[in-house]
Design a protein around this ligand. Structure first.
Ligand code: KIV
Length: 282
């Protein structure tokens, strides 16, 4: 069987205007294998892991050690998908050297690129990481790392002034040579306008169908994470119920002695069993 060619930065850029880009978050080896086999173009190791895997209230507490561990696990599972590692809050704010060092750490863990939240205010940082040879995915609109400190999780680009600021941010990111830009919870008309104005692909989350690609959090679209149910999430499965039913049956069958069954059990050969019984006087 021919090995599948790994998706790279040039492939992603070339998809703009020709083919929609599928992006999904992943945090571990087993789901990475499945998502990769299913043909997802980019696996984003999002710091949303902080909420859906680690149980924090926001993405803010997530640090580099956790992200490096998740990135390594996802990278080991994917053969074709490009792996983008999210830089957690605090890993790129102090100064550009810290940002480059941390970006390098995620690349060494197995990522093909990194993602940072922010527009014009972090252009210097993005340029430094790109100059170090690391592809960067931008992220504007709702910025979950800091939004809770300001106005909370709200639709972005609601006024002409704020919409124009988003267009300017996207243009600044393009100039800083990002290879794609996540547009999170931006009014669809504004996201569409940004998509038309930049040469790199836009990846929407809650920003309408006009973007060049779409991303969702795996645990949201599979119906595993139930704490928050954003309107923009389409549930492709209700795994929380399936997992609950399976685990309930397992626990019940242990109590009733139905599990393990004969088919789940190993035996000694007849001769050895005989010897064993004699020695042990069973
Ligand atoms: O952390 C994350 O999963 C993200 C996506 C929702 C874009 O940043």
């Amino acid at each position: 069987m021919q090995a599948k060619k790994k998706v790279n930065v040039n492939d992603v850029i070339a998809m703009k205007g020709t083919e929609k880009i599928s992006v999904l978050t992943a945090y571990d080896y087993s789901t990475s294998l499945i998502c990769d086999r299913a043909g997802v173009d980019i696996l984003l190791v999002g710091d949303s892991a902080g909420m859906v895997v680690l149980g924090y209230q926001s993405t803010m507490p997530v640090g580099m050690p956790e992200m490096a561990m998740f990135c390594g696990a996802v990278a080991r599972g994917a053969k074709r998908a490009m792996i983008v590692g999210d830089m957690p809050f605090g890993s790129y704010q102090p100064n550009t050297s810290v940002a480059v060092e941390n970006a390098v750490q995620l690349i060494k863990a197995g990522c093909d690129a990194v993602k940072l939240e922010g527009g014009s205010e972090i252009i210097g940082t993005i340029k430094a990481i790109v100059d170090a040879g690391i592809p960067v995915m931008g992220h504007i609109g709702l910025k979950p790392q800091t939004s809770s400190l300001w106005e909370g999780y709200k639709l972005q680009g609601r006024t002409t002034v704020s919409a124009m600021k988003l267009v300017d941010d996207a243009k600044a990111l393009e100039k800083a040579r990002v290879f794609s830009i996540v547009l999170e919870m931006i009014a669809s008309e504004v996201a569409e306008a940004i998509t038309r104005r930049v040469s790199v692909p836009t990846i929407g989350i809650g920003s309408g169908a006009g973007c060049d690609g779409q991303v969702l959090v795996l645990h949201d679209m599979l119906g595993i994470y139930e704490d928050i149910r954003p309107k923009f999430v389409k549930r492709y499965a209700e795994l929380s119920k399936s997992i609950f039913d399976a685990v309930s049956s397992y626990a019940r069958e242990i109590k009733t002695g139905k599990f393990p069954e004969e088919s789940n059990t190993f035996h000694l050969g007849p001769e050895e069993l005989d010897k064993f019984r004699k020695v042990k006087k069973i």
